[in-house]
Write a protein that binds this ligand. Structure first.
Ligand code: UDP
Ligand code: MN
Length: 284
């Protein structure tokens, strides 16, 4: 880890956190984020979505709510378009860190800031968690390329130095064009540019988590140390589908499941009992 004295002053104002969402998730997924981590990071958070929604827009700072004009199309195509919009937005006024997350990602903001402060933003860093144990192999122009990428659902962060080096391949919608021409998802395209074209390695940080892993495996005692968490369905063996949520293990008081099916409100209120929306649910 590259420590730099200057970086110890990294604060939330040095982060750009792009969150991609979609109109169909505004009422289902965004309330959790708006009641938990977004109030810790309003000045850093930018929502990239696909519909006008005055109610949700009011929760974000001016110019932090973006309706992409590239959504209705194919799933993968719409998603990379949103990341491309976020990147172009970031590059207009590059902060120390460019981070992307999904709207089902919980971010422990103090932990994220503390983690990024350990790395020098003037060097090249691509930080997060890969979901594969091996480099992905992609057919590009009839050539098999293999490279690492970090899972979008776990959130990832790119240092300013590296984000600027991506400009020739990513700015002005080029990230979208590149991903669409090779037919790869947004996070894979980012990995392709960084790991394959720019030859910068991934930095695995085990405290980033997506719902592609078994979230119940995290010890309840260690939930406080994680940078990102998520929730979802988990299909082991590809057939049996169970709900994949963090395990509070009787250590963390939990809201009734209907109030908090993801368990993430409970975790958040356990960590930050004075936070907005925590008293409202009257946690035991
Ligand atoms: N998403 C989107 N448009 C869509 C479907 C998904 O912008 O049509 C976003 C969604 O809001 C989330 C991310 O893409 O931020 C991942 O979507 P989801 O969690 O549904 O899929 P998975 O995690 O299974 O990839
Ligand atoms: Mn998801």
């Amino acid at each position: 880890v590259q420590l730099s004295g200057d970086n110890t002053s990294t604060s939330i104002d040095d982060l750009f956190i792009g969150v991609k969402s979609s109109g169909k998730f505004h009422k289902v997924r965004l309330p959790l984020l708006l009641d938990t981590w977004i109030p810790f990071a309003r000045q850093a958070t930018f929502l990239i979505t696909d519909v006008d929604d005055e109610e949700v827009k009011a929760e974000f700072e001016p110019d932090h709510y973006h309706v992409s004009r590239c959504s209705s199309s194919h799933h993968r195509v719409g998603l990379v378009c949103k990341v491309s919009v976020a990147y172009d937005l970031y590059i207009l006024k590059p902060r120390r860190w460019f981070c992307m997350a999904d709207d089902d990602t919980y971010i422990n903001i103090p932990n994220l800031v503390y983690t990024l402060a350990q790395y020098d933003h003037t060097k090249d860093w691509y930080i997060g968690k890969p979901s594969l144990k091996y480099p992905i192999r992609v057919n590009i122009n009839n050539r098999k390329e293999s490279f690492w990428f970090l899972t979008g659902g776990a959130g990832y962060c790119i240092s300013q130095s590296l984000a600027l080096k991506m400009i020739p391949y990513a700015r002005g919608g080029k990230l979208r064009e590149l991903a669409n021409s090779i037919r790869i998802p947004d996070d894979v395209a980012v990995g392709y540019i960084i790991n394959s074209i720019l030859a910068v390695d991934i930095t695995r940080v085990p405290t980033f988590h997506s719902h592609l892993e078994g979230l119940w495996r995290i010890s309840p005692y260690q939930l406080k140390d994680q940078v990102t968490l998520s929730y979802g369905e988990f299909s082991s063996s590809g057939r049996r589908v169970t709900s994949n949520v963090v395990n509070t293990g009787g250590i963390i008081p939990t809201f009734p499941p209907p109030t908090d099916p993801t368990r993430l409100r409970s975790v958040h209120c356990y960590l930050y009992p004075n936070a907005r929306e925590c008293s409202r649910f009257g946690i035991a």
